[in-house]
Design a protein around this ligand. Structure first.
Ligand code: ZN
Length: 181
């Protein structure tokens, strides 16, 4: 591989969220422009690939911009589905969310996340209700340590509840951003 690669940042056109970073050679850049679908050059496999070629989660180009010295590419795009291979909207996703997806995928018999997700939305909805009450009570009458512990339980279970409905923390961010207008 003699040709230089450019770092390519893909940004969601609607939300502005950074979805992923990939690498483009001249061919990947040309195909991204000509087909309207984002292509990369894989450094590990040393070959061209089209985002979504196996997952079906393509990235549809809205705009391709090179930076000032033309060694980086910014692609604004619309995503067909989760951009990250782990099922997240973005590759740059919060630590706790990534952990939840990993536990779900590994599905170990002793995993609380995996068993909770198997029990489903009704189970998690009840847990969120319980943890919300415990958090409220702790905030009024207990130590910072106890309050943080209950709030962490609430947050953790709320994320799993989102997951059980096939949603993502990015959906909450998008909703809050819409309200800001
Ligand atoms: Zn990823």
């Amino acid at each position: 591989m003699s040709e230089e690669l450019r770092a390519a940042i893909v940004q969601d056109d609607a939300s502005g969220r950074v979805l992923m970073l990939g690498w483009m050679d001249e061919e990947a850049l040309a195909l991204t422009r000509s087909t309207g679908l984002v292509h990369f050059f894989s450094r590990s496999r040393q070959q061209l690939w089209q985002k979504g070629e196996t997952s079906g989660h393509h990235l549809h180009v809205v705009e391709v911009v090179l930076d000032c010295d033309e060694d980086a590419v910014l692609v604004r795009a619309q995503a067909d589905g989760p951009t990250c291979h782990d099922g997240s909207t973005s590759c740059f996703t919060p630590w706790l969310w990534r952990k939840i997806l990993q536990r779900e995928e590994h599905n170990a018999p002793d995993s609380y996340v995996a068993s909770s997700l198997t029990k489903g939305t009704a189970f998690l909805a009840r847990k969120v209700g319980e943890e919300a009450v415990e958090t409220a009570v702790a905030s009024l009458s207990e130590s910072d340590e106890r309050f943080v512990s209950e709030a962490a339980d609430l947050w953790f279970h709320l994320l799993m509840l989102l997951r059980s409905r096939g949603m993502d923390p990015a959906d909450l961010e998008d909703e809050l951003r819409r309200r800001e207008k």
